[in-house]
Design a protein around this ligand. Structure first.
Ligand code: APR
Ligand code: PHB
Length: 387
């Protein structure tokens, strides 16, 4: 088999890239390790930057998002049991869209199907070859070894994928920060406690109230990195969440049985450069952010923006355009890494945090409440920096 761009990974990055390339007349094949229903069973974050909304529109995959998603013009922040609103729309004239990433992925699969996209599922043992020459990809499908020759390989296969691991160790540098806590997430068939997201700093630890729709809520609690799910029956989760929220929200909280419960570790991770020869890393394959800034998917989409543009320019005659992909993508990646790190360190309780450090955090958040300048900085980053 031959294609112009072989895309490893059928998550949101790989699917969006494949769809945009198709609309630019560039052929691709997506090679995915898992069956489609497994990819669509992952529960992930649910906040889209307005640039991400624009990219999904461009891909022709935005109809259901506009019908079922919820534009939000701000978020609520809280500390010392007191909450206040940051109004993005009033500050910078832009909004965010609350729409689950699982739904984004489903919409992208539908868009690929409608335009005859080639997606190979359940590919085993994917291997990348001759990346600095004439690249090709091999894998086993239904017991038979297959080979795809291509001009470029797009590594969209997430943090644990084969793409980054295929780059010689001496050719890349990685940067990592592991945070000493995790997030315990609960999805529940209950109405959200608030119309907008609540990010709460508390001396007992961070809490976040989010939602998927009018009857489905998503809540998170900061927990020790080595905590176990068995320690958190639903009642314990709701009791702890109530303790960390401002009184009004705690009293309004509607609880119910959890539909899903999981613990995720928090880390920041960046690979430089995001390319090797004719391989380009995209999304989680290249970088990880802690979920506090809601940037994971949005950053993947911005990588896709730059790579789509670079490959379009290449096939239009600008042979050097792909060389610039990594620097352009990384400039924006580091902005999101910094913002996510700032949100995380401002809102979480660190294991060695004393009362002084707690008061410093609270003072920072009180300053945000009073300063339009500080709120504008948060708004610009949260809503998403321009591409
Ligand atoms: N061969 C083929 N496919 C693979 C391989 C492999 N060796 N390894 C992983 N994959 C697939 C995974 O099964 C998955 O479907 O690659 C896909 C990667 O998808 P994601 O992990 O969702 O990564 P990405 O598409 O970059 O999505 C952006 O940002 O912070 C996150 O939660 C956010 O998942 C979102 C991500
Ligand atoms: C979510 O809805 O799952 C969510 C929202 C905001 C975040 C992280 C996760 O910062």
């Amino acid at each position: 088999m031959r294609t112009q761009v072989c895309i490893i990974g059928g998550g949101p990055s790989g699917l969006l890239l494949s769809q945009l390339l198709h609309l630019s007349g560039i052929d691709s094949v997506v090679v995915e390790r898992h069956p489609r229903d497994r990819v669509l069973s992952r529960i992930r974050a649910g906040v889209l930057e307005w640039g991400t909304v624009g990219m999904l529109e461009k891909a022709g995959a935005a109809r259901r998002m506009h019908a079922e998603g919820f534009p939000h013009s701000g978020i609520l922040l809280a500390a010392r049991n007191h909450g206040f609103r940051v109004d993005f729309d009033a500050l910078i004239g832009r909004k965010i869209m609350v729409y689950g990433q699982t739904e984004v992925t489903r919409d992208l699969y539908e868009a690929r199907d409608a335009s005859g996209g080639r997606i190979i599922h359940e590919a085993q043992g994917t291997a990348l070859h001759d990346l600095d020459g004439a690249p090709y990809v091999t894998f086993v499908k239904d017991g038979t070894e297959q080979r795809i020759d291509c001009d470029f390989v797009a590594g969209c296969d997430g943090f644990h994928g084969v793409s980054r691991a295929s780059i010689p160790r001496a050719k890349i540098r990685t940067f990592e920060k592991v945070y000493p806590f995790g997030w315990l997430g609960v999805l529940s068939q209950t109405p959200p406690v608030s119309d907008e997201l609540i990010y709460a700093n508390h001396a007992r630890g961070f809490a976040l109230c989010s939602m998927r729709n009018d009857t489905l809520s998503r809540y998170y609690l900061q927990v020790p990195a080595d905590d176990r799910i068995e320690k958190w029956p639903d009642t314990a989760f709701w009791d702890e969440l109530r303790r960390r929220l401002p009184r009004e929200a705690a009293e309004a909280l509607v609880t119910g049985a959890s539909v899903e419960k999981s613990i995720v570790p928090l880390r920041s991770f960046v690979t430089e450069p995001m390319k090797y020869g004719r391989l380009f890393l995209v999304g989680d394959a290249a970088h990880i952010v802690p979920p506090t800034g809601a940037k994971g998917l949005n950053l993947a989409v911005s990588d896709v923006h730059y790579l789509h543009e670079a490959l379009g320019a290449f096939y239009g005659g600008d042979r050097l355009a792909p060389e610039r992909y990594s620097d352009r993508a990384l400039a924006r990646v580091w902005q999101a890494i910094r913002f996510s790190w700032w949100m995380t360190t401002t809102l979480h309780r660190f294991p060695d945090q004393d009362d002084f450090a707690q008061r410093i955090q609270e003072a920072g958040i009180a300053h945000l409440e009073q300063s339009a300048a500080a709120q504008t900085e948060l708004a610009e980053n949260y809503v998403g920096l321009p591409y």
